[in-house]
Design a protein around this ligand. Structure first.
Ligand SMILES: [Zn+2]
Length: 321
């Protein structure tokens, strides 16, 4: 039951947020006291309280072993957070993760076979913002070790064979240019040919501005491929993660037979400020978050990261695939 694509708005993707969420914990936890009269008084009472004379054992804490959770502000043990699928063990805040980590979390070990890894973007528009687009791409490729912002392939989830496409936030904010659109389309076509369930995990700042209208065309291309997949009786499970915005939201992310979302994920087309200025109304609490969209019917189910594998395999069985 493919739903019609939303109108394609040519407005630029909403401003992207910093990916530097994993705040570094102070290396020396002992040195966080303030200065001033209070410290002087403390020093008189107990000279050993001076930072220079702090417990030497504390100085051995390696940098970044602890981190302060951006959501609940508690100090959490980084390894524990990572072992918990990058979810805060205290408040269940879901941290953003890259495509490779996502594949590792979702697929049965060593079953994922990537495809179309060689595809890279050209620069037909000779676009230059702060620097030329080819330079920007090259820098991102060197930094991430990845050719583009999508990872696609086939694998098994709890023993069910699937085609999996994951957008990668770490590469140009997961933005959709012609290569991301092409990779997603090829993944859909593969699922159609093989009659395998299709899982797309979205996390994106939207259409890639550097490729202008070529990016916007990917919305129609992916949607058309999904319509064919639907005609062929395919099962498409869309997983929305933080953040899913812009042209990705307005195309394949919202066309799932079943749409799942991670808790607290930001999901929307334009940013809240743009909407507020357009409709001149205050926006409700929790606007554009997964739970709000569940309530309003855009999202079918909010699923914690730790339950995604089981939920997807259950839906595949339910869909008769
Ligand atoms: Zn937390």
């Amino acid at each position: 039951m493919t739903k019609p694509a939303m109108t394609t708005d040519a407005s630029p993707a909403p401003a992207v947020r910093s990916t530097g969420e994993l705040a570094e914990a102070p290396a020396e936890v002992a040195d966080t006291r303030g200065s001033g009269a209070g410290v002087e008084r403390a020093a008189k009472e107990s000279p050993r309280m001076w930072p220079d004379e702090a417990d030497p054992r504390r100085k051995k804490v390696p940098e970044g072993l602890w981190m302060r959770c951006v959501a609940c502000s508690q100090m959490i043990y980084r390894k524990q957070m990572e072992a918990n699928l990058h979810v805060c063990p205290q408040c269940q805040h879901h941290y953003r993760i890259g495509a490779a980590q996502r594949v590792e979390q979702l697929c049965d070990p060593s079953t994922f076979e990537p495809m179309d890894e060689h595809l890279t973007s050209r620069d037909p528009l000779h676009f230059t913002d702060l620097k030329p687009y080819p330079e920007r791409l090259k820098a991102e490729q060197e930094r991430t070790g990845r050719a583009e912002a999508a990872l696609t392939g086939s694998g098994y989830i709890h023993g069910r064979r699937v085609v999996l496409a994951v957008l990668d936030l770490t590469f140009m904010m997961g933005s959709m240019g012609s290569v991301v659109g092409e990779k997603v389309t090829r993944a859909i076509e593969r699922a159609t040919e093989q009659d395998w369930p299709l899982i797309i995990v979205s996390s994106s700042g939207g259409a890639r501005m550097q490729e202008s209208t070529l990016s916007l065309m990917q919305m129609a291309k992916t949607s058309a491929a999904l319509a064919q997949f639907d005609d062929a009786g395919g099962l498409y499970i869309s997983v929305l993660t933080d953040p899913t915005t812009g042209g990705v939201t307005a195309s394949f992310a919202m066309l799932g037979d079943v749409i799942l979302a991670e808790p607290g994920a930001l999901i929307g087309f334009a940013g809240p400020r743009v909407i507020q200025q357009t409709i001149r109304q205050d926006l409700p609490d929790g606007f554009q978050r997964a739970e709000f969209l569940k309530k309003t019917g855009f999202v079918d189910r909010v699923v914690p990261r730790g339950e995604l594998r089981r939920e997807i395999s259950r839906l595949i069985d339910y869909g008769g695939k």
